[in-house]
Design a protein around this ligand. Structure first.
Ligand code: SAH
Length: 420
């Protein structure tokens, strides 16, 4: 069967509720049978999902090797998801949401397509100046990689008024989730010119070097953009009162939060990360913003150990950022992840000056806002500090949360103030 010729996928009796509520995932256990017209559907094939009695429910793409057997993107029987114009419209809709960001001279990097949340399952595209970086994370997206690449390229031609059309489309399909779809890792040029080793982007007017070939994810943690800005404002307020904070940036990556902190008038920044490479990129990012490297300390090591050593050495900080990698990948990891979050938050609270602030995050989708708050509560209680929450943070709006897909809300953060 052709990729865009729909096969019928019938659910088991009484398994349509989630699909009716427009959740975009169909798990293998809900599926009764696949009517393939004699030939098994291909990886990524278009499927019409039907109830056990045969009523049409939704359109999706088939992932035969994944527990998430189909990814749904339309509940309209009359939609034509086999056509170019259908996907063109989806891309245009995604780009419309980012119109202002794409036109901004002071922020030249953002997420332009966010998979299920934009109705294009499995496709993530980030923009770094004139370079686009794509990830094809599901069988459906992977099977359409050249097609999606071409559509995106065409759609983007008019969308960068400040700098003109993109010159590079680079693929970074090296995310672990592809394993679960039985898709191999793949990186390389899809269109245009090979990307330079470092791309310089601007974010709220600050400069950053991004390595799209081997940086984490597609190169930069774009989802934290507004939260870095929030930190800037807080530091600037304190600096204006003559209280230039000393900042500890734990899980620093290429220094994002620290660069904002110094720009806002922090006295000094200490970065902690296990990777020496990202810390040298962090130094470089301070340098290209004209910041004094004498105010920057970078400590290579495991944050869990480094923070304990700091405590023993009697070090204290006015502002601490904790932005750890994902600790919980599935529901099964939640317990051990909660222990990790609690421990690192305890270590940070030990180091916080009276009146100090902790910006603490979790990017684990499986840890709810509520649970995260409880974990921080437990940490504060064990450390014996009185804490107020003075702010809540989430992912930037170019990482929209689809209301029918709560899993797309993954980043949560609290601004905690030590009251003592
Ligand atoms: N705050 C950053 C993004 C952090 S990503 C930004 O705004 O750009 C998480 C970082 O934690 C990665 O750079 C990774 O190298 C680092 N990391 C992972 N485990 C660590 C550990 N145990 N100790 C210290 N750093 C760790």
């Amino acid at each position: 069967m052709e990729l865009n010729e729909p096969a019928d996928l019938f659910l088991k009796p009484k398994r349509d509720a989630a699909v009716q509520r427009r959740h975009p995932w169909v798990f293998s256990g809900a599926i009764g049978r696949v009517d393939d017209g004699g030939e098994p559907p291909k990886k990524g094939q278009l499927v019409a999902v039907r109830s056990a009695r045969g009523e049409f429910l939704a359109w999706g793409h088939y992932s035969p090797d994944s527990q998430i057997r189909a990814r749904l993107f339309s509940w309209d029987e009359n939609a034509r998801p086999d056509t170019r114009s259908f996907w063109q419209q989806r891309m245009a809709r995604a780009l419309d949401l980012r119109q202002q960001l794409l036109a901004s001279p002071t922020t030249t990097a953002c997420r332009v397509i966010y998979a299920e949340s934009d109705g294009i399952p499995g496709l993530i595209v980030d923009r770094y100046a004139d370079t686009l970086v794509a990830q094809f994370l599901t069988a459906g997206a992977d099977a359409r990689r050249a097609f999606f690449g071409e559509l995106l390229w065409n759609e983007m031609q008019q969308r960068l008024p400040e700098i003109g059309p993109p010159v590079t489309l680079f693929e970074r399909s090296d995310a672990d989730v592809r394993d679960r779809e039985d898709l191999p890792e793949r990186t390389g040029l899809l269109r245009g010119e090979a990307p330079p080793e470092r791309i310089e982007i601007r974010e709220h007017g600050l400069a950053f070097h991004v390595d799209v070939r081997s940086g984490h994810k597609t190169g930069f943690y774009l989802d934290q953009r507004d939260n870095r800005r929030r930190l800037y404002e807080v530091v600037a307020q304190r600096a204006a009162l003559g209280q230039k904070p000393e900042v500890l940036n734990v899980f620093a990556y290429t220094g994002g939060f620290g660069v904002y902190a110094l720009a806002a008038g922090a006295r000094a920044v200490t970065h902690v990360d296990t990777s020496a490479d990202v810390l040298s990129a962090a130094r470089e990012n301070h340098r290209i913003n004209g910041q004094d490297l004498g105010q920057v300390e970078a400590v290579t090591g495991d944050a869990f150990h480094v923070l304990r050593a700091f405590r023993q050495a009697g070090r204290r900080f006015d502002l601490i950022v904790l932005d750890p990698p994902k600790f919980a990948f599935t529901q099964r990891d939640v317990k051990s992840a909660a222990r990790g979050y609690k421990d690192i938050n305890m270590q940070a609270l030990h180091l916080l000056e009276p009146g100090g602030l902790l910006f603490t995050y979790s990017c684990s989708g499986a840890i709810s806002d509520d649970l995260f708050q409880k974990i921080v509560f437990g940490a504060a209680l064990d450390v014996g500090r009185d804490i107020q929450i003075i702010g809540r943070m989430t992912q930037a709006s170019d990482h929209p949360v689809l209301l029918t897909f709560p899993e797309s809300a993954y980043l949560k953060g609290l601004i905690c103030r030590a009251m003592d």
